[in-house]
Design a binder for this molecule. Structure first.
Ligand code: FA5
Length: 345
């Protein structure tokens, strides 16, 4: 059959064209022209029906062979082009992972993390240890050892989350438990701070959150540590945190069962263009947190028998952050609005 002979003669040309194709489009064109639905081989196949059974078989086999050869050549060339494309991409799109980062859109540290690090740095530079304690605590460390026995009215002011099924296990309501753990473990002297999460069943509003952070400080020794030292340490911290030269601190008598005497810490501030400004010459006082000299019962509960003297303080981290950044609602610190996160980054 002449048509078949013609196909066999043209096969070499097609194979050459396939091998010379550099794009998928060029290959597709050859495929359509040869073995495609209306391609020359496909139409020739149709003409076989006019032949005798023997001829149909003979030429059918020959035609099939040509068709399969073209199909296989196209598949090979597709793979070759794919490999070439990948190799080319690898050459032009190399990534040197050792290069310095130039893209600054990788995210940033959260305001809480930034503040915790700044506070840690300040106290490290003042020779304090920075310690952690567990957030799930026992009644003993959170209350009893801090001179707050069962039925003490001070327990009411700490609306406590107890762990279901465990009467004496709770989410710590303050970081003062770390005072006890540290004294039990290390004895005297101690100069430490602890920053961490605390929990109270307070409804979420502009100034309260059921989860918030506290900064606890403890400086104790066998003697010689006075309220003067406490005041000086507080002044240095407030000046460092608010990045001001000098601050005025006032200690106002207050009550915490684990201190004697206990006091509230205030600092002078003024309002400038509607914003709060911590300054030594301010005309008003702002409450920052609690402090006091460690109560003898706390030393006793911590296994300190001999002479012991020192101070402790505790601040709410979010309240400090709000004052520093002029944030009026504590929820701004915790929400996931990326505009806030970017703004304070
Ligand atoms: C205490 O928790 C004492 N442990 C602090 C202390 C330590 C006093 C050592 C003396 C010696 P108070 O309950 O006042 O104290 O809480 C301390 C600070 O935590 C508050 O001044 C406030 O800034 C912050 N705070 C309390 N409850 C919340 C809350 N729900 N949301 C955000 N901040 C809170």
């Amino acid at each position: 059959m002449q048509l078949i002979q013609e196909m066999e003669q043209r096969l070499a040309g097609w194979l050459e064209a396939i091998a010379g194709s550099a794009t998928f489009a060029a290959l597709e064109k050859i495929k359509v022209e040869t073995i495609g639905k209306s391609g020359i081989l496909t139409t020739t196949f149709k003409e076989l029906s006019n032949l005798s059974i023997d001829d149909r078989k003979l030429f059918g086999e020959k035609l099939n062979k040509i068709k399969n050869t073209i199909g296989a050549a196209i598949s090979n060339q597709v793979k070759l082009i794919e490999n070439l494309t990948i190799t080319e991409k690898l050459k032009t799109e190399t990534l040197d992972v050792t290069l310095p980062v130039v893209n600054d859109s990788f995210g940033s540290l959260h305001l809480i993390t930034q503040s915790v690090r700044r506070i840690r740095d300040h106290y490290h530079s003042r020779g304090f240890m920075v310690l952690d304690g567990p957030e799930i605590e026992s009644d003993f460390f959170n209350f009893d050892a801090l001179n707050i026995p069962k039925h003490h009215p001070a327990r009411q002011s700490h609306d406590t989350f107890y762990i279901d099924g465990f009467d004496e296990t709770l989410l710590r309501t303050h970081t003062s438990c770390v005072q006890i753990r540290t004294m039990m473990k290390m004895g005297l002297p101690i100069r430490m701070i602890s920053i961490g999460k605390t929990y109270r069943n307070d409804p979420l509003d502009a100034t309260h959150s059921p989860m918030f952070h506290q900064i606890e400080g403890l400086v104790v020794d066998k003697g010689g540590i006075t309220i003067g030292h406490l005041k000086s340490e507080l002044r240095k911290f407030v000046a460092a945190f608010f990045e001001v030269q000098d601050v005025a601190i006032r200690l106002r008598p207050s009550y915490f069962p684990f201190t004697e005497p206990g006091m509230e810490v205030d600092c002078r501030y003024t309002k400038e263009n509607g914003r709060l400004k911590i300054t030594k010459d301010g005309d008003s006082w702002l409450e920052l947190g609690g402090a006091g000299m460690v109560h003898p019962n706390v030393f006793r509960a911590s296994g300190i028998d001999g002479p012991a003297q020192g101070f402790a303080f505790g601040f709410g981290l979010e309240r400090l952050i709000m004052l520093r950044h002029g944030i009026t609602d504590i929820r701004t610190i915790f929400d996931t609005d990326v505009r806030n996160i970017r703004h304070y980054a």
